[in-house]
Design a protein around this ligand. Sequence first.
Ligand SMILES: Cc1cc2nc3c(=O)[nH]c(=O)nc-3n(C[C@H](O)[C@H](O)[C@H](O)COP(=O)(O)OP(=O)(O)OC[C@H]3O[C@@H](n4cnc5c(N)ncnc54)[C@H](O)[C@@H]3O)c2cc1C
Length: 512
Amino acid sequence: MHIPRTNSHDVLIAGAGPVGLFLACELRLAGCSVLVLEQAKDLRNPLKELPFGLRGLSVPSIDSFDRRDLLRLIEERAVPRSSPAAAHWMQQARRPAGHFAGIQFFHDQIDSTQWSPRLPDTVSSVAVDMASIEAVLATRAETLGVEILRGCGVENLKQLELGVTVFAGGREFRGQWLVGCDGGRSTVRKAAGIGFTGTDPEFTGYSAQVRLADPDVLKPGRHYTATGMYIYAAPGTIGMVGFDGGAFHRSHPITREHIEAVLRKISGTEVAVTELELATTWTDRAFQATEYKKGRVLLAGDAAHIHSPLGGQGLNLGLGDAMNLGWKLAATIRGTAPDDLLDSYERERHPEGARILDWSRAQVALMRPSPSSRVLESIIRDLLQTPDGATYFAGRVWGIESRYDLGDAHPMVGRSAPDFELTDGTSLNQLLRIGHSILLDFEACESLKSLARNWSDRIRYVTIGAKDRLGLSALLVRPDGVIAWASDSNGGEMAAANSASKWFGKPLTTPP
Ligand SMILES: Cc1cc2nc3c(=O)[nH]c(=O)nc-3n(C[C@H](O)[C@H](O)[C@H](O)COP(=O)(O)OP(=O)(O)OC[C@H]3O[C@@H](n4cnc5c(N)ncnc54)[C@H](O)[C@@H]3O)c2cc1C
C-alpha cells in the first residue's frame, strides 16, 4: 500500500492545545519549520468555553505572553471580575488572590517585600477561557507560518538516527524532532516507550452544567462535607468531588441520574436535577513522565505531567515547558547549541513539574472526607489568615518564587527577569519580543559591549538606564526571560562570557 509522505520539517508537534501552539510559535519565531498535527477536526469544544474553560494565568505565564506580545491579545478576551461570566470566587468585594484546596487568601494580606527582589506592582492576574487562549495562539502560529493539520491524529512513530517518522491520519510525516503535546493520554509518550509514574486517584471530580428544579436549594460557593466537596454557582454550574478512588471516571456514561445521586450524597440535600446540559469528569491522578526527551522525541504539557485541576496550575506548567523548550530546540536545530543545552530542558522542567504534582497531592490530603483532614483544613485556614501564610501561599501559587538551579553566582540567576522600565519608554519584556537573548547593560561597560559582539548573532546587547534597576549593573537574559548572569557592579566580564558560552555556544570569534 502506498502511504503518502510529506516533506521533512524541523519539528513535528503532536497536539494543537495551548502548549503545542505556544511551542510552535516559539520555534517558528526562532526560524524553524514546524508542522502541528492535531487529532480533533472541530475547533469548537464547549468545555473550553465559559464557565468550565476558565483558566487563571500565573505570573510566569503572564510574563511569557508579554515577552512575545501576546498578553494584550489575551487580555482583550479576559474575563473581568465584574462580569456575570466570572467564577463565583472572582465576584467578591475583597480581591481574592488564590486558594489552596479551595481555602482562599486575599491580596490585602500579602506582603510582597518578603519575596526576592522584584519591581513594585508587577504582579497581576488574568482569567481567560481556553478557547480564547487557543484562538490567539493559533492565529499567531499561522501568521508566523506554522502549518496546522486538523483531523490528523498521531497514531505511531518510528525513531530514526537523525529524525522521526510519524504516522498520522493515514499519512507519513518526517521531522528532525517530534514533540508530544498531545495531552495526558499522550500517544507520543506511549509510542516512544517513555514511562509515566505517580500516584493513583482518590476521587472522581465532576464539572456539570445542569438545570435544578429549585436553584435555591444549594448554597452558592465551595463547601466541604462529610462525603466530599462541591462548588455551586446559581443557577446550575456545579463542580464536585466524590472520593470513590477515581472509579467512575471514564468507566461509565455520565447521566443525569448519576449527577443527581452524587450531588445529593455530597451536598446532603434532596436536590433534583431536571436536565443535564454538559458534564465531564476528571481525577486527582498525579503522574509524570520519567523522561522528557528520548532520542528525537520530546514531551511538553499534559503529555509530560498530569494532576488534579484543583490547584489550577496544569496549563501554566505546560506553557512554562514550551517557553523553556522552544529556544533550546531551535538552537539545537541551528547547530549553535552547546552539547547539553537540550538536556537542560528536562533538568529544569522535571523538578518544576514534580513540585506542582506534590502541591496538588497536598491539596487532596486536605480535602479527604476524614476527621484528620478537617483538622488540617482548619489549621491551613488559620495560617492563610496571616500575612506570612498568605504571602507564602501566593508565592507558590503564582509561581513567583520559582527559580531554576543554575548555581549561586548571584541570587537573581535562575529567576525570571523583572520587566525593567527603560528610560526610552520601553521595557525588558518588549526587548525580548524578538526571541533573542538580551545583554542589558545599565552602565555602558565597554568590555561587556565587546564581549556581546562575539555572540552578536544570538545575543542582543542593549545599554540603557532603567527607572529602578534593583541594584543591578548588568544582566544576561535568556530568550525565555530567565536570568543567566547578573552583576551588581561594573565588571564580571569573565563570568558573563562563561555564561554566554554555557547557554549560547561557541563565540563567533575568540573572546578578548
Ligand atoms: C476542569 C479543569 C480545570 C482546569 N483549570 C486550570 C486552571 O485554572 N489553570 C491551569 O493552569 N490549568 C488548568 N487545567 C489544566 C489545563 O487545562 C491543562 O493542563 C492544559 O489544557 C494542558 O494543555 P496541553 O496543550 O498540554 O494539553 P491539552 O489541552 O489536553 O491539548 C492536547 C491536544 O492534543 C490533541 N491530541 C490528543 N491526542 C492526539 C494525537 N494522538 N495526535 C494529535 N493530537 C492529539 C488534543 O485534541 C488536544 O487538542 C484545568 C483542567 C481541567 C480538566
